[in-house]
Ligand binder design. Structure first.
Ligand SMILES: [Zn+2]
Length: 472
């Protein structure tokens, strides 16, 4: 199977600036980045200001992220003509992080995981839990991706913006704000229905969500787990909630090998067509982003930002949606309910609150997975209710856009096609959906990149350059 080319490959122009332009949707002349020097064949880890990077660099790099890393920021040069020369290609580095290409031991890990799923059914649950805790502890001790949220991709863009502003000789650079109506961040609630027990609790969950004015997306397993897929989907949709496909039969083998994946993807696509579902999430957050082109969906939701608690390690190191070919990835940016309740044994929603703060500081997508199967008991349901209370308070006090994945997909696609056009002394946003778009400006305030939305008193201040310090 041939890996699909990233969607941005189709756009002409300066390759090094492409990811930056896709992220900010700013005029191309505001991204004067060039790769200086010859890049080696070998890829490695290095820093770029606060961000951890992986890729080819003309300067020094290391084979593991744990070492003291060279900061590529120190080699940046800006020419008299305003060209910013970098010792790496930021588009390539961002793609490496998003696509989890920094994992050098991927094959070994895949083999171990396959073995685990073969023997999983005969393992007593306490052995499975012990294994899970051991693996989690090991991963959380690793420095990369950063726990509990890794915003390396956003930090790279913010650092590039800090270089682009003086290079342009301007006080500010205009761009299309990330979310509609000037919202600070976006939030989506999703529910994966795992077993019959989950099916029985869907109505209760919808009642609970609705009591806080929240519409969520339910991911349903089409084969083998429960009988009434069609009936359930109709009932959930009738209440104004969204439905998507969750795996095929959720046996943990979807991505086991290319041939099996191709067979299953065909069936999954048939279900999607038949029931008009446009979003997909694999069982257990399994994924191989190089195969996403086989999935006939508009959006995919199986890539965690930091995958320390999931069976498959890694993480896309971003809290912002991104395209993988024609599929839009809406990453999972917070810890799943299962991780919070059972692996970490949390008694409060403090970890979720901390994650929300970090994600909204980078104006990202706050995404949750809560299973109807797991909020059956009082403690778990109580914590979820507390989270809903917190979210509805956030919505009132700050500008957070609460939306279903389908709406986020629509917006992000429209925004990617919008254009900033000079109109008189100012700028105008053109394109489908632009009536909800906001013109924003990036400037430097107290030595830091800061964003403001034009014609609005509401101001967003990016914490970009200091976010990593806040994490520790
Ligand atoms: Zn699942």
């Amino acid at each position: 199977m041939t890996p699909i080319a990233p969607m941005s490959d189709q756009k002409p122009g300066n390759d090094a600036a492409r990811a930056f332009l896709d992220y900010f949707c700013c005029p191309p002349e505001c991204a004067p980045f060039r790769v200086a020097g010859n890049l080696p064949v070998k890829e490695g880890f290095f820093r770029f200001g606060p961000a951890l990077c992986f890729g080819k660099t003309a300067a020094a790099s290391c084979s593991t992220p744990a070492e003291t890393l060279f900061d590529a920021f120190s080699t940046v040069e800006t020419s008299a003509a305003g060209e910013v020369r970098l010792c790496f290609d930021p588009t390539q580095v961002v793609e490496n992080l998003r696509r989890e290409r920094y994992q050098v031991d991927r094959n070994r890990e895949r083999l171990l995981r396959r073995l685990y799923y073969r023997i999983r059914s005969v393992l007593p649950s306490f052995v499975r839990q012990l294994l899970q805790r051991y693996v989690t502890r090991q991963r959380r001790e690793s420095v990369f991706p950063a726990w509990p949220v890794d915003c390396s991709v956003e930090q790279i863009f913010e650092t590039l913006m800090a270089l682009a502003i003086p290079a342009a000789g301007e006080r500010e650079i205009p761009f299309i704000w990330f979310w509609p109506d000037g919202n600070e961040a976006a939030l989506m609630m999703t529910h994966d229905v795992e077993e019959k027990r989950g099916v029985e609790h869907c109505q209760m969950l919808m009642d609970l969500d609705e009591s806080f004015g929240i519409k969520a997306a339910f991911q349903l397993i089409p084969q083998g787990r429960y009988q009434d897929f069609e009936e359930m989907a109709a009932c959930i949709r009738a209440r104004g909630f969204e439905t998507n496909i969750h795996d095929l039969d959720h046996d943990g083998r979807l991505y086991e090998h290319a041939e099996l994946f191709q067979q299953r993807a065909r069936k999954i696509n048939e279900y999607a067509r038949k029931y008009g579902m446009t979003g997909f999430r694999a069982g257990s957050m399994h994924r191989n982003q190089d195969w996403f082109g086989m999935l006939d969906f508009q959006y995919e939701m199986s890539v965690p930002t930091v995958s320390h608690l999931e069976p498959q390690k890694g993480g896309c190191c971003t809290v912002t949606p991104y395209f993988v070919g024609g599929v839009l990835e809406l990453p999972l940016t917070t810890i799943q309910d299962h991780g919070v309740f059972y692996i970490l044994g949390e008694r409060s929603i403090d970890l979720w609150k901390r994650q929300i703060e970090i994600i909204s500081a980078h104006h990202g997508l706050i995404s949750f997975i809560i299973h109807p199967d797991y909020i059956v008991h009082t403690r778990e349901r109580g914590l979820y209710r507390e989270l809903l209370e917190y979210i509805s308070r956030l919505r009132q006090e700050r500008n957070i856009w609460l939306a279903v994945p389908g709406d986020i997909n629509r917006w992000w696609r429209e925004r990617s096609q919008m254009r900033l056009v000079q109109a008189g002394a100012g700028w105008e946003i053109r394109g489908k959906g632009s009536e909800r778009a906001q013109l924003a400006y990036a400037g430097i305030v107290d030595g830091r990149v800061s964003y403001r939305i034009a014609d609005k008193r509401f101001k967003c201040s990016s914490e970009g350059l200091s976010a990593r310090e806040k994490l520790s």
